[in-house]
Every structure is written in C-alpha cells, then in structure tokens.
Design a protein. Structure first.
Length: 140
C-alpha cells in the first residue's frame, strides 16, 4: 500500500474546513440558520478528519459520524464536548434528507435556537484547530 503524503492530506482537510467555515459564517449572517448548522457539522467533520489522518497516518474513513471520528482522532474531548458532537450529528442527518428537512428547518430557523449552537461549533472548531497545531508542532 503506498504511503500518503501526510502533510498534504492533513492540510487538505484543514484548508477545506477553513473555507467551509466562511460559508457557515455567511449563512449565519444571511439568516439561513438550518444550512448554517449543516455547515457547522461539515467543518467539525473536516477538522476531525485532519486529526484522524495525523494520528493514524492513513486516509480518513468515508464516514460522517463525529463521535466515531473523535474516537479515531484521539482528541481527548470532554464528555460535554462529545455530547455536543452527538447533537451536531443530527444537523447532518436532519438537514440532508427530505423527510427530516422541513422539521429541521422549522426547528432551527430562529436566531434564538441557533446562536448558542453556532457559537459552540465555532469554539469547538477553534479548539480542535489549536490541538492539531500543537500536535504538529510536537512532531516537528
């Protein structure tokens, strides 16, 4: 099996997460709250996949489950943070499939129901970015 270019693959996940974070922020400002939460899931998924690649030295698996990615990534998140990841998993499923989409839109279409989640996603994303930066620094 050919070796992967670890730096290149980790950088790919980091860069695409950064780009999607800008999209999430734009959606929040435009009051597209349900789509904003969907992108919140995406940015956490991608930064966790960067951690997975760094830890395992293999490509990240084709999964979207943030809790499973956290397990593979060894990020040492708190119980509260893992519980929040589980909640964010709902944003992926509920906003993706038509039979859930309308209910999801109704539930998360008000600023009051999204702002706390949006801020938590941002905080956790920044924490995961910092942890990755520290891991990379220790390795070099």
């Amino acid at each position: 099996m050919p070796r992967i270019n670890l730096t290149k693959v980790v950088d790919y996940w980091v860069k695409t997460a950064q780009n999607d974070k800008k999209v999430m922020e734009s959606l929040f400002k435009a009051k597209h709250y349900s789509n904003c939460l969907f992108f919140g899931h995406i940015i956490l998924e991608k930064i966790l996949k960067a951690h997975v690649v760094f830890e395992t030295k293999k490509h990240a698996p084709y999964i979207h489950d943030l809790l499973r990615l956290d397990q593979l990534a060894n990020c040492d998140l708190s119980k509260i943070e893992r519980k929040f990841l589980n909640k964010v998993n709902d944003f992926n499923i509920s906003s993706r499939y038509p039979d859930y989409k309308l209910d999801f839109y109704k539930k998360y279409n008000k600023l009051s129901s999204i702002k706390v989640k949006y801020l938590k996603i941002n905080k956790l994303y920044e924490k995961l970015c910092q942890k990755l930066k520290e891991k990379r620094k220790q390795k070099s």
